[in-house]
Design a protein around this ligand. Structure first.
Ligand SMILES: [Fe+2]
Ligand SMILES: [Fe+2]
Length: 377
């Protein structure tokens, strides 16, 4: 009895998953196929998308591919971390002398030796690997079957980042049945986009998208998780629609700790929007990653303890593609090569904009400038 197993976070299912399973079904010709959404992947942070919705996506995308597909909630029933060897053990108990085929992407293949109890897997299952574009031909010693052809270079993380940054579902990557589920359930940041469209002027909303896009590009260069960068970018100006009075009363009501708060309230309350945006992200959407929240808080004035993510957002905010001044292009180009230099340039331009506009200079901005000059070679 041939048993094919396809596990994954499926958050969301993309067309690369569909192509790989389709090919595996035609090559292996299994008697039964188990599609097993991960409850909590041993290699990833806990997925924010509920298990049942990921299962629904799997059913929608894979349901029509063949007969005897079992959409298996084994990992949900276990309710904890499940390794692949445990999945193999479970199938061995469920069937009488099964031939187990474990479907994986080539990107996983090279890490397979590091999987928990990998020898057990190699002894009791055959690995079926789909080669993804951009990954080299694998050289592994254990028995495996390479599916013919190449599969699209797609990842659920990238699909999620795309949806979160643009508010749109990439239809070239996501099956329409899966897109319907994402829309119906407001997944992957569509809820944030709805809120932003309702509370920001169209230009400001567009700016948020452009900042998120640039954050995504810079996250790849400076090796910051794309999801964090995009999240910081899309929500950084959420509080921008508040009036000066609303900003001040929001900060007071939420007891936000803001350096030079009294001076800011008196001289330039608009500067409060970054702190308000971070608080809104937490309050409305439950975002509680301190790195993301700090980056949002610091995007206007900076701080002396900026992380790479904070620097990316600070620079992206001043140089996103919707910015029309010529410095935007210069900073954006510089940011691709040297983030520290781009940050110094951005801080410089910000100070001069403020002086040229005859506005009050917040000491936090001056402190940042002095700190950067002192520490940037
Ligand atoms: Fe801002
Ligand atoms: Fe902004």
């Amino acid at each position: 009895m041939k048993v094919l197993v396809f596990g994954g976070s499926f958050d969301p299912v993309h067309k690369g998953h569909v192509a790989m399973l389709k090919k595996a079904l035609s090559v292996i010709k299994p008697d039964v196929t188990h599609v097993v959404p991960v409850y909590h992947s041993p290699f990833k942070a806990k997925s924010p998308t509920p298990f049942q919705l990921r299962m629904e996506m799997a059913r929608a995308a894979f349901g029509g591919l063949g007969k005897n597909l079992i959409f298996d909630d084994y990992e949900l029933q276990r309710g904890g971390k499940t390794y692949s060897y445990q999945l193999v053990q479970y199938l061995q108990k469920r069937y009488d002398h099964p031939e187990i085929y474990l479907l994986v992407g080539t990107d996983c293949l090279n890490d397979l030796h590091d999987w928990n109890n990998s020898d057990y897997i190699f002894a009791n299952a055959t690995i079926v690997a789909g080669r993804r574009k951009g990954f080299p031909e694998h050289k592994v010693t254990f028995k495996h079957i390479s599916l013919p052809g190449q599969f699209p270079k797609m990842s659920s993380t990238r699909v999620r980042a795309h949806i979160l940054s643009s508010g749109e579902i990439p239809t070239d990557k996501v099956p329409s049945s899966v897109a319907d589920i994402i829309i119906k359930n407001d997944l992957h940041g569509l809820d944030q986009h709805r809120w932003l469209r309702a509370h920001l002027k169209p230009n400001r909303y567009l700016h948020s998208i452009k900042v998120a896009e640039l954050c995504a590009v810079l996250s790849d260069i400076y090796e910051v998780p794309i999801q964090k960068a995009v999240q910081a970018g899309i929500f950084h100006d959420a509080g921008k629609g508040f009036s000066a009075e609303e900003l001040i009363s929001f900060c007071k009501k939420h007891h936000l700790k803001i350096p030079y708060f009294e001076d800011i309230c008196h001289c330039e309350p608009a500067l409060l929007h970054s702190f308000v945006s971070a608080e809104l992200a937490q309050e409305l959407f439950g975002l509680n990653d301190p790195e993301i929240l700090n980056a949002i808080s610091e995007h206007t004035l900076g701080s002396l303890e900026m992380t790479t993510l904070s620097k990316i957002l600070f620079v992206a905010d001043i140089s996103s593609k919707d910015r029309k001044y010529k410095d935007a292009f210069v900073i954006r180009t510089l940011a691709m090569q040297d983030l520290e230099k781009a940050l110094l340039y951005a801080a410089n331009r910000k100070l001069w904009f403020t002086i040229d506009s005859q506005k009050w200079l917040c000491p936090t901005g001056i402190e940042l400038w002095n700190h950067l000059v002192k520490h940037t070679a």
